[in-house]
Design a protein around this ligand. Sequence first.
Ligand code: ADE
Length: 242
Amino acid sequence: MSQPWALVSALHDELSAVLNLMPDEAVQKVAGREFWVGHLQGREVIATLSGIGKVAAATTATLLIEHFGVQGIIFTGLAGGLGQQVRVGDVVVARSLIQHDMDARPLFPRHMIPDLRKDAFLVDPDLAHAVTLSAAEVLQQVHQHVPSRTLVQYGLHQPCVHEGLILSGDRFVSTAADSAELVQRLPQALAVEMEGAAMAQVCHDFGIPLAVVRTISDRADDTAHVDFKGFLRDVASHYSAA
Ligand code: ADE
């Protein structure tokens, strides 16, 4: 039997858009989570929600690997933009991920995962590249996926794809001061979210490939919470499905 791929979304609207593309999904409940087992374009897949935050995401990744035997995980969700060139509506594909709130100083350097003696998790470069190519294709034809009036409403002009460092932590970053501090501490960071680096640690431990694809919903500043839900429903869910 072939091993399925996992398609993990951070939020419900994105997952629904993916489930709409699966003709035969059947739900299984494990550890209070729902896993939809079925096919997407003829391939065996398991679709689920990550849960919010690092612990929830790590548990979900562990279940996907140990209980469902997935061969890899593709994770889509939203993130706040940190890199100067990263705008709302752009997509960031992770090349590496760091848990920005890991801090065991003075025993270990800031951000280091003590058990692994490393801070950044590098993802599978071939998978990241493949995902970047598909994201770029989707964004080139963004008008086919998102209605024009929605693009105007959210001020989305020529959205593009970036590859690089994504930060994860158990905090929704919602002040300009907080995001400036993160950028000062980790200047390579392109985006911040709440799950990716936790999944990366689990996938590292099990030797499973992971891709993390994030649509930028806000600039992680004082207006970060505004229209988060509208953006998710109107824009990000279409991106994820595409
Ligand atoms: N996901 C989307 N926007 C975010 C933000 N500003 N901080 C953390 N996670 C996010």
